[in-house]
Design a protein around this ligand. Structure first.
Ligand code: RIB
Length: 304
């Protein structure tokens, strides 16, 4: 299907404040390194994905939990300014807003440690209440990710109406639940997560395995693009060459863009081509949302 539809993106996921640490090298076990600069940015996989979807011009809502602290209020204001619907973001005064320590090396590679905070308190009841308000409908895409409790996933499955699509970014990778046969998500993972979930380092084999267990699978390959596996086929989508500054959040931009394109009614293959371009654009600046692609940026990339 390649037509235009008016689906929305309903993201269920985390909100963090990212503490950015630029390091000469990423510290290995037992190693101490001195950072060269520090910074702060808005992050969280759920929030990053929602902002990326909204930047593509698709109506987007976020289901999440933040603390009642200054970080939570700043994050909410930022999401509002990015045109993400936040009526279903709960402010919980009993916990701090999530934080992430994001270390980035001169090649743009990162290591991230997350302090879940309020994200860990997002319950299946919260998700049910939020989806009752949002009333998912045909053509909507529900986008979930792994930084909120896994107990939220069966709730999403239960609330999925006919004709709506579910995309699950299994990051960080954890045991996957047994999905109901008629309510399985499209899985999106990077190569590391694909290996963790399947036990194979062969990304193509992993993509096929994951696709059979779900409603198709996408394995992102960093600068090499992505593999899209569905209905017994596995296609490679190459990425455009870019200058890498920071890979943080590239996967989130990929997921948000993919969900937005699917909500517009694009086929998975076409949506993944746009998402690969968006992920490439995202790595060209520091921070998870330092380079947030809009349709005009992606059009410009293609004409280079
Ligand atoms: O995927 C990047 C994100 O992971 C960062 O923004 C950080 O908050 C962690 O959630």
């Amino acid at each position: 299907m390649n037509g235009i539809s008016d689906g929305r993106v309903l993201a269920v996921g985390s909100v963090n404040i990212d503490r950015l640490l630029r390091c000469p090298v990423l510290p290995s076990a037992g190693e101490t390194v001195l950072v060269t600069s520090t910074g702060e940015a808005f992050g969280g996989k759920g929030a990053n994905q929602a902002v990326a979807a909204a930047a593509m011009g698709v109506v987007t809502h976020l289901v999440a939990k933040v603390g009642g602290d200054a970080d939570g209020l700043k994050a909410l204001a930022d999401l509002r300014s990015a045109s993400v619907g936040v009526d279903t973001v709960i402010v919980d005064v009993s916990a701090p807003t999530g934080q992430a320590l994001v270390m980035v090396d001169p090649d743009g590679e990162n290591s991230i440690a997350v302090i879940a905070g309020a994200n860990a308190l997002l319950s299946s009841e919260d998700v049910t209440d939020a989806l009752t308000v949002l009333q998912p409908r045909a053509h909507d895409v529900i986008l979930t990710s792994g930084e909120v409790p896994a107990s939220c996933l069966p709730t999403v499955a239960a609330c999925l109406p006919p004709g709506a699509r579910w995309v699950h970014n299994a990051a960080p990778a954890g045991p996957l639940p047994a999905w109901p046969a008629d309510r399985r998500p499209l899985l999106v993972v990077n190569e590391v997560e694909a290996r963790q979930l399947t036990g194979t380092a062969d990304a193509r084999a992993a993509a096929r395995t994951l696709a059979e267990a779900a409603d198709g699978a996408v394995v992102t390959l960093g600068g090499e693009g992505a593999l899209v596996a569905e209905e017994g086929h596995c296609a490679h989508i190459p990425a455009p060459a870019v200058t890498v500054v920071d890979t943080t959040g590239a996967g989130d931009t990929f997921c948000g863009t993919l969900a937005a394109e699917l909500a517009r009614g694009r086929s998975l293959a076409l949506a993944a081509v746009t998402a690969v371009d968006a992920g490439a654009f995202a790595v060209t600046a520091l921070g998870a949302r330092g380079a947030l692609p809009r349709p005009r940026d992606l059009a410009r990339m293609r004409t280079r």
